[in-house]
Design a protein around this ligand. Structure first.
Ligand code: WQD
Length: 340
């Protein structure tokens, strides 16, 4: 049984990926510093797969402890690296937090890959590397423009660091550029943990519907889009998780054509904020309380993926619709809030 290390494996996308790895017969070991997750997620994973993954609380910024971990776990066949901070707005306010937490930790993990001959790495990247795209849908060949936030910059720099190491070592890597992950597992046993005020749209929508938040603010209705609100590519988190397993298998089976590959993970469809609200009201049969406010600084107008490369090369495509994803998000919210 291949042993896969999942850093940040108790997080939102990480936990859904752990479940898919277990379904595919992989042994999973998780390290997570619990800065944006909870050990309770292990129970949720077990309730879905029947297997509790090995878990070690570890902050990847602690280089010595990272090295000791790998010395104790030298039989790792591959790594899926999620652990990072990912709030765009927070990164603008505290750039050094992001450069330390997202870049230093990546270097420490890569140093261990080199030392222990770990040759397979899946990296959690982001469509934020594209900034405001010149044309849509966005392909992997679109120019990586100057990042619009320190968060986006850490993803750009991370890809470059990994590319450089792959160029001079046996490391093979795939960077997966996510668009906007939403939704939760169909069992409602795992989902996006509500720690603090949600920065992303969908958790704010579901918390407003649950009465946890008074009202949703829609950041701008004067953009040059179908209805004036920003457009994004909302992808079901389970579809995203499945792409990680497919990508990992691609490396383990030596099917990669270059040592560093990049794939956009989206649905290929753009949806405006107001369209998301309408879809949520449709699937939940309830009106959402929202108001239009000023634009949010740093928002790109419209971004959605060209998925041909992931479809044709990975053999992966999204299965669920945005409505399906919104319903799973709502079911998860109701479970968390004990709403019937
Ligand atoms: C989506 C739209 C907002 C909240 C995210 C992640 C980032 C990266 C890309 C992975 C925007 C609007 C939001 C609200 C609103 N993912 N909005 N009211 O900014 O596209 O970035 O996906 O790397 O890490 O943050 O997602 O959900 O914040 O915003 O109107 O209360 O919803 O203006 O148009 P974003 P988001």
């Amino acid at each position: 049984m291949k042993k896969i290390l999942v850093t940040g494996g108790l997080g939102y996308i990480g936990s859904h990926t752990v479940v898919e790895l277990q379904k595919n017969g992989f042994e999973v070991i998780i390290i997570d510093n619990l800065s944006n997750s909870s050990e309770d997620v292990l129970k949720g994973i077990h309730s879905i797969s029947g297997i509790t993954p090995i878990f070690e609380k570890l902050d990847l910024k602690e280089k010595t402890k990272v090295s000791e971990f790998f010395d104790r776990n030298s039989d790792i066949d591959g790594i899926i690296h999620f652990a990072a901070s990912k709030a765009v707005g927070e990164s603008v306010e505290d750039p050094l937090l992001y450069y330390e937490n997202n870049l230093n930790t990546l270097v420490y993990v890569l140093q261990e890959c080199k030392k222990h001959q770990i040759k397979n790495l899946i990296f959690s990247s982001s469509c934020t590397v594209y900034g405001e795209p010149d044309s849509l849908p966005i392909t992997e060949e679109a120019p990586v423009k100057k990042a619009t936030s320190p968060y986006g910059n850490t993803k750009q720099i991370s890809e470059e660091i990994i590319f450089d190491l792959c160029s001079v070592s046996d490391l093979k890597a795939i960077a997966l550029r996510y668009f906007n992950p939403i939704g939760a597992h169909e069992t409602s046993e795992i989902g996006e943990l509500p720690l603090g005020v949600p920065l992303n749209l969908v958790p704010f929508v579901t918390q407003t519907a649950a009465g946890v938040r008074e009202q949703l603010s829609v950041f701008g209705e004067d953009y040059p889009t179908v209805d004036g609100s920003c457009v994004r590519d909302y992808i079901h988190v389970v579809d995203l998780a499945k792409a990680h397993v497919i990508s990992l298998k691609r490396l383990l089976e030596g099917k990669n054509t270059t040592s560093f590959e990049v794939f956009n993970l989206g649905t290929g469809r753009g949806s405006s904020v107001l369209e998301v609200i309408k879809a949520f009201e449709k699937v939940t049969h309830q009106k959402l309380n929202y108001k239009i406010v000023d634009r949010r600084p740093g928002d790109v107008i419209s971004v959605y993926a060209d998925t041909k490369k992931a479809n044709n090369v990975l053999g992966w495509k999204t299965e669920g619709s945005m409505e399906d994803a919104l319903l799973t998000a709502w079911n998860w919210e109701k479970k968390v809030r004990n709403i019937k």
